[in-house]
Structures are given as structure tokens and as C-alpha cells.
Design a protein around this ligand. Structure first.
Ligand SMILES: Cc1ncc(COP(=O)(O)O)c(C=O)c1O
Length: 385
């Protein structure tokens, strides 16, 4: 830090220069991000709530009410009448809370002290962080030939140490939805906590289903589902950071509660203490502003772009890994090494993401990627071919 204060304009100029090094969503060149530019109205509201702290909700009763309303609205979207949970920093924190709830619940009611969690091979790496922090062992369930969690493998993985089973509604790499109904049954019959990670799919699957897309049910209407992660800062168009964790019952929050002596509330169940109220307010605003109709239109439009892109790839001779269920397309050149293809695209200015399982170029068709960007991308892929 400098000894003397620096002029505001000089600081802004310096920051502006550094900001220029960042990539801009509006260029349509960021192909692998699950986040996108937040809606301008959500950003406006976010700024108004910058000083609110939900870590001390007695001081911010209005903002706490907003968070509860947001949780209820997301819960309603997921077929839950009375929802519990929090708006947190993202999918990682939401998944961590879910696994912590499962672990504590199993410790309290089943006496399990050295627990295991069953996750699909396609699970986001946030579960590895959660297992590490919570001292749990990961048991990976295999994927079937369609890259979805293999139900038999889940059954075989269950032991008397299992504290949670996880399935994904919108996998990070391929955007696929696991057979959640079947896993829910297994979890329910075995009295095991079942968490659904819909960080990506939560803000699109409900709308696409209503529009008639043939997508499986993944929500609280399945009796085995105990919690769901849904991120407003992905398909919800809220500013970063905004993740959502929704629990079926309050008990799951209670098993995580620790005393919070100097605050306006007696206990706290979230992982972080001081936490943003702005994320809740911005999510509240954008959910009201867009409504179901707005989100339906966005999801439908993105699926249109997904179809346009995947069909275009096929016409050029590229190989699609799987028919997209959500707005992600993964593909390869029939003979060229994936990393070589990625490098060629990077050299043409595209910010490419490479999936690991299976190795493929992965494009997440978020709101910032418009038709003209896809046409340009297909032109480049034609030249490369
Ligand atoms: C399915 C899924 N879960 C969790 C996460 C983690 O979310 P975040 O990066 O917001 O912590 C991601 C991120 O892409 C994801 O795709």
C-alpha cells in the first residue's frame, strides 16, 4: 500500500487498464463458461444492497425476508411448498452445505463417524473439496454408456457408512441429467440422504419440461430427494456470487447449527459468517422481473442455439459426443487430437474448454453466445476441418 492517498481518477485509470485484460462475455468468444453477463436490472439491485450482511440477520430483517422469499420461489419451482436453505456464493458452497447436512444427520441419527459419499464420475469437483473438508471418503459410481450415473453401480456402492448419494441434473461437462427418479427410490428405500446437484440445470429444466421437452423429473416431487443445488449465477442471470441450496426440511439446517453468541441470532447453519445480502436481493429482483415466461423464453432460445450448433457441426463432419439434453454441446474431430483442435480454435481467438470424460471440446451455449457468434465459430471449424 502507498503511504499517500492516490487520486480517484488515477486509481480508476489503472483499474480500467487491468480490466482490459479480462475477456468480455459480449464478444461471444467465451465458449466454456457456465456463468454469463448478469441481467442489468439484477446488477442495479445488487449495488443497492452492498452493505447488507445476512450473517447478522437481526440487523437486516428486510434482506433476510428477501432471502427467504427467494428460497421459497426456487423451492416452488422445484415442487416444494415449504423450502429451507440459503443463497450462498455458488454451487461449490451449496454442495458443501448439502454434504455437511448429510454427514451431520448421519452422525446424529445413525452414529456414522467415518462416512462415505457416492457420487457419479461426472460429478463436479466441488464434491472432492467437500469430502476433503468433511473428512468423508468418496465412492465413485460408474457411468453407463450414455455418460449418466449407472444405477447398478450406485446400488453396489452402498455400504453401512454411506451418508449421502449425489446425482446431477445438468452435468458440468455434457449437460446431462442422471436417472434421478431411480436413484431417489434407492436412496429412500435405504434411508440414505439424496442430494441433487442442479447448479446448472435448475434454472432451465423446469421451464423446458413445461415447454414439452422430454426431460426427466429431478426435483422434490421425488420423495427421496433431500436437497437440491440451484445456482442463480448460472442460468438464473443473477450477478456472481449467487448459488442456492434448498433443503426439504428444516432439520437439515438444524443439524449444522452452531452457536453464534455475539450476533442477533442464536445459531448459524451456513458455512460463512458475514455474507452478502446483495446476492439474494439481485436474485429476487431478476426472478420477479423475468418471471416464468422470461426464463422459459431464454431456455427455449438457448436450446434453439444448441440445436443450430450441433446440427451445424454434424454437417461439417464433426462427431457429437451425445445428443444435448440442455444447452451444452461436446464434440470432436473424427481424426484430429482434441487438444490440437482446441489449440487451433484458441489461436483464432476462441476461449475453449476441453472436457475430460470423455475428452472433447465443450461449448456451453449461454446467453452471451449469439447466433452470429455460432455462425463465425462454424465457419472457423469448417476451415480447420
Ligand atoms: C453441476 C455443477 N455443480 C457445481 C458447480 C460449482 O459451482 P460454482 O463454480 O458456482 O461454485 C458447477 C460449476 O460449474 C457445476 O457445473
Amino acid at each position: 500500500m502507498d503511504d499517500e492517498p492516490i487520486d480517484k481518477q488515477d486509481i480508476l485509470n489503472e483499474l480500467e487498464e487491468l480490466h482490459k485484460l479480462d475477456h468480455d462475455y459480449a464478444d461471444g468468444r467465451i465458449l466454456g463458461s457456465m456463468c454469463t453477463e448478469a441481467h442489468p436490472f439484477a446488477k442495479e439491485v445488487y449495488c443497492k444492497f452492498l452493505d447488507t450482511n445476512l450473517g447478522d440477520p437481526g440487523l437486516f430483517k428486510g434482506t433476510k425476508h428477501i432471502e427467504k422469499e427467494v428460497i421459497n420461489s426456487i423451492g416452488e419451482l422445484l415442487s416444494l411448498d415449504e423450502a429451507y436453505g440459503n443463497i450462498v456464493t455458488g454451487g461449490t458452497e451449496a454442495n458443501l452445505m448439502a454434504i455437511r447436512a448429510a454427514r451431520n444427520h448421519a452422525r446424529k441419527y445413525k452414529g456414522i463417524t467415518n462416512g462415505e459419499i457416492i457420487i457419479p464420475e461426472s460429478a463436479h469437483f466441488s464434491f472432492k473439496k467437500a469430502a476433503d473438508m468433511l473428512n468423508l471418503k468418496i465412492v465413485e459410481a460408474k457411468l453407463d454408456e450414455n455418460y449418466k450415473i449407472d444405477v447398478e453401480s450406485v446400488k453396489e456402492s452402498i455400504s453401512d457408512k454411506t451418508v449421502a448419494i449425489v446425482a446431477i441434473a445438468g452435468t458440468t461437462e455434457l449437460g446431462l441429467i442422471d436417472p434421478i427418479e431411480e436413484i431417489s427410490k434407492i436412496a429412500f428405500e435405504n434411508n440414505i440422504y439424496f442430494h441433487v446437484d442442479a447448479a446448472f440445470g435448475g434454472f432451465s429444466i423446469p421451464f423446458l419440461r413445461e415447454l414439452g421437452h422430454d426431460l426427466p423429473v429431478f426435483d422434490f416431487s421425488l420423495e427421496g430427494v433431500c436437497s437440491i443445488t440451484v445456482d442463480p449465477h448460472k442460468m438464473g442471470l443473477a450477478p456472481i456470487p449467487a448459488g442456492g441450496i434448498i433443503f426439504r426440511c428444516e432439520e437439515y439446517l438444524e443439524v449444522m447449527a452452531v452457536d453464534s453468541p455475539y450476533l442477533t441470532v442464536k445459531t448459524q447453519s451456513t458455512i460463512v459468517g458475514t455474507r452478502l445480502g446483495a446476492s439474494s436481493a439481485a436474485t429476487y429482483a431478476i426472478m420477479k422481473y423475468l418471471g416464468k415466461k422470461g426464463y422459459s423464453n431464454i431456455s427455449q432460445n438457448l436450446m434453439g442455439n444448441t440445436k443450430f450448433f450441433s446440427e451445424g457441426l454434424k454437417e461439417l463432419g464433426y462427431e457429437i459426443i451425445c445428443e444435448p439434453e440442455l444447452n451444452i454441446v461436446a464434440f470432436n474431430h473424427p481424426t484430429m487430437d482434441t487438444n490440437e483442435l482446441a489449440e487451433k480454435l484458441e489461436n483464432l481467438g476462441w476461449k475453449v474448454s476441453v472436457a475430460k470424460c470423455p475428452v472433447a471440446i465443450r461449448v456451453v451455449l449461454m446467453n452471451h453466445i449469439k447466433r452470429n457468434h455460432l455462425e463465425e465459430l462454424l465457419e472457423d471449424l469448417k476451415d480447420i476441418y
